[in-house]
Design a protein around this ligand. Structure first.
Ligand code: MRU
Length: 348
């Protein structure tokens, strides 16, 4: 499998592959403060819920290192607050960001105070390694519940990028696809391009082709037609936040796919780690949906593609109600037909 440094610690800095330049260039950037990492998250150097969580954790660690270079602060919590705030506010939908901050925060009270940066870095590295492990487990568990057609390739549709590029490695939805390839050998992927930011075309197609997985690119509007022709056995997507009742926030267009999948009797599977489940949000109506710049909609490849003055909406995510979700695959097990009770059980 191809391995990318999506968000890692290298030579005392946070190092991240600049995903804005893919698939044309593989450029790595380095970051020395939480504010720099927050800017990188906001501007999509790094994206994808678990990857944002890892970047956040390393952002906290690098901020502590930066502060120590100016002398150990008397109050870590106070000294860190501007950096933590920048990270907290960088992107609103993926709950992994807040999850990572919550996990790092208690370590600010470590004793002795000098050990704070070291403890934060160890925790960030633990988050990264756990994420890879979770993705591998989700891959295995997810592949086991996929349909196994006789005498022809299993055909999977995916949306956005929920791959190695969106996690610390291996991927959630693409982890299931990778494991399916190992298990069944013969698979075929339909990747939706994912307007307006083209994560499907730029990232998923690039990642899957690197792994020699048979991949066909569709524009988003083609999904229903392809399903109606009987060409899709299963839809597998990632998620940015799962509410306590199993409602799923994911890249804009996911809800449309779930409705279409229901119409055509196609199983709709969501893969996401426990760090993406938000028990504090009872249902999808409470999930904040990021609204991004209108320029992403009015422009394509740097060129204006819509007239000046047109009204534009650019919600980056949508919510798929739990009733449309066949299964949620986590590292703690698969939840068939998600409900509040079944999701709660994963945490017991
Ligand atoms: O805006 P992005 O690229 O951060 O959106 C990413 C997605 O919607 C992914 O499907 C989701 O984060 C799952 S990643 C394993």
């Amino acid at each position: 499998m191809s391995v990318f440094d999506v968000a890692v610690w290298k030579n005392g800095q946070v190092c991240m592959l600049d995903q804005r330049l893919l698939p044309h260039q593989e450029v790595y950037l380095t970051f020395d403060s939480a504010v720099e990492v927050a800017d990188a998250i906001r501007s999509m150097v790094v994206r994808g819920a678990p990857a944002i969580g890892c970047a956040t954790a390393f952002g906290v660690a690098v901020e502590a290192k930066r502060l120590v270079a100016q002398g150990v602060p008397r109050s870590w919590t106070e000294a860190m607050e501007p950096g933590l705030k920048a990270l907290r506010e960088s992107r609103p939908t993926a709950v992994n960001l807040a999850w990572a901050l919550e996990r790092m925060k208690p370590l600010l009270l470590s004793v002795p105070a000098q050990s704070v940066p070291e403890r934060l870095l160890a925790e960030a590295e633990a988050i990264r390694l756990e994420d890879i492990e979770s993705c591998r487990t989700m891959g295995r568990l997810g592949a086991e519940i996929l349909p196994h057609p006789e005498g022809r390739p299993l055909s999977i549709m995916t949306h956005c990028n929920a791959g190695a590029l969106a996690t610390a490695g291996y991927g959630t939805a693409l982890g299931v696809i990778r494991a399916a390839k190992d298990l069944l050998k013969n698979i075929k992927v339909y990747a939706n391009e994912t307007r307006p930011y083209l994560q499907g075309a730029r990232l998923t197609a690039w990642e899957l082709l690197k792994d020699n997985i048979d991949t066909t690119l569709l524009t988003d509007g083609m999904a229903g037609h392809i399903m109606s022709q009987g060409l899709i056995d299963v839809v597998v997507v990632g998620t940015d936040r799962i509410a306590a009742n199993g409602d799923v926030a994911n890249k804009i267009g996911t809800y449309t796919l779930a409705v279409l999948a229901k119409r055509h009797g196609i199983p709709f599977i969501v893969a996401g780690p426990l760090s993406t489940i938000d028990l504090n949000t009872p249902d999808g109506s409470g999930i904040p949906i990021e609204e991004r710049s209108p320029d992403e909609v009015t422009h394509c490849m740097g060129q204006r593609s819509a007239p000046e003055g047109v009204g534009v909406r650019n919600p980056a995510f949508d919510v798929t109600p739990a009733e449309l979700v066949t299964a949620i695959v986590t590292e703690k097990g698969v939840v068939m037909g998600p409900t509040t009770e079944k999701i709660q059980k994963l945490f017991e």
